[in-house]
Design a protein around this ligand. Structure first.
Ligand SMILES: C[S@@+](CC[C@H](N)C(=O)[O-])C[C@H]1O[C@@H](n2cnc3c(N)ncnc32)[C@H](O)[C@@H]1O
Length: 347
């Protein structure tokens, strides 16, 4: 999946998997799954995988990478290709995305929100509506619905008039945003290990002692719920009250503790302390809120800790000028083999 996502581990995923190792009897839990890059690699390595992200858009995007052709036959619609063909030939519809996130917004507020052309916004509305209808008539299963929603989010991303995130739109149409939105079927595997998904706060992720948990929390102040708000609206298919120039949906209930410099260290420590799993991997960045040495010291109260320095990865940057101006970010991976019991560490 070519999708620029803040903090994506796509470029270091193989090194991460080398450290995580071969599957065992437990489940691999990617608790902050984002795009699902690490979850997919684990699934390909043979792990049963559970993905979680507090954004439904990210959890769905991740889950869709774990299913195989046999999990999503689309039998009531004549197969996956036929379902996609129907979606691509729908009549455009003037719905919520058209009203709020295309220049049509200027008809009811003072801003012309140029996230999508009017034509593409109407296609998104029509396709999302059809997926909803298929699901409500039980023409598609929950996994099939998730695959189609992920396909729609990828298609919307390809034509979004943004610099990579949905924090704001660009004031001039970019070339790719004038292309017609087209759903492209995902390349599904022939078979895959069992997969499951939740979209809850990380503190509520189901987990047991024999599971292996991978944690990749945010490490900067950028709140994903605000930066990816339109993908979240497409995933949920709802119509929230939005306002302001960028029309951001209410996101504060999803504000993440890991994005606040003053809360991040405690939040990581408390999370790892509370997880019942014995094997925990934690990705973090040398540019993150919490200094690596301080993090290492805190984690060593919870168990045996190993620190692996991964290769430098390019930081997410909106354009080439920013890329040239910035230095690379150092990625580290902690391995924590827990020994401490819940009661050993004060809250
Ligand atoms: C660094 S990104 C993960 C990137 C992912 N490993 C990848 O390769 O694409 C962090 C993710 O954590 C999610 N997140 C932030 N706070 C969370 C919380 N409290 N509970 C669950 N997910 C959270 C964000 O929505 C975001 O997708």
């Amino acid at each position: 999946m070519s999708f620029r996502y803040i903090g994506s581990k796509a470029r270091v995923v193989e090194t991460i998997m080398d450290r995580i190792g071969l599957p065992n009897s437990g489940t691999f839990i990617d608790a902050f799954s984002g795009t699902g890059a690490v979850a997919e690699a684990a699934s390909r390595a043979g792990w049963k995988v559970h993905v979680n992200d507090h954004l439904s858009s990210s959890a769905i995007m991740s889950f869709a990478r774990l299913v195989s052709k046999t999990d999503v036959l689309f039998s009531k619609l004549g197969g996956y290709a036929s379902a996609v063909e129907v979606l691509n030939s729908l009549e455009p519809q003037r719905g919520f995305i058209w009203r709020e996130y295309s220049p049509a917004s200027s008809q009811h507020c003072s801003v012309s929100r140029m996230y999508f052309t009017e034509g593409n916004a109407q296609k998104i509305d029509a396709i999302r509506g059809q997926i909803r209808e298929w699901r409500s008539r039980e023409d598609i299963s929950q996994s099939e619905e998730r695959v189609l929603i992920a396909d729609l989010m990828r298609a919307a991303n390809r034509v979004a008039n943004t610099a990579g995130t949905y924090g704001c739109f660009l004031s001039r149409w970019q070339r790719q945003s004038l292309d017609d939105l087209v759903i492209e079927p995902a390349p599904l595997r022939k078979s895959a290990p069992r997969a499951s998904m939740s979209a809850v706060d990380v503190a509520a992720v189901p987990c047991s002692p024999e599971d292996t948990v991978y944690l990749d929390p945010p490490y900067t102040k950028r709140q994903y719920a605000a930066y990816y708000h339109i993908l979240e609206t497409i995933a949920l298919g709802d119509e929230p009250e939005v306002d302001g120039v960028c029309g951001i949906r209410p996101w504060r209930e999803k504000a993440s503790d890991f994005c606040y410099k003053t809360r991040a260290a405690k939040a990581i420590e408390m999370l790892i302390h509370a997880l019942p799993a014995r094997r925990i991997f934690l990705s973090y960045s040398t540019e993150g809120h919490v200094p690596i040495t301080l993090l290492g010291d805190a984690l060593s109260n919870l168990g045996a800790v190993k620190l692996h320095r991964l290769q430098n990865i390019g930081r997410y940057r909106p354009n080439r000028a920013a890329s040239e101006a910035a230095s690379d970010v150092g990625e580290v991976l902690f391995y924590i083999e827990k020994t401490a019991q819940r009661s050993d560490v004060a809250a």
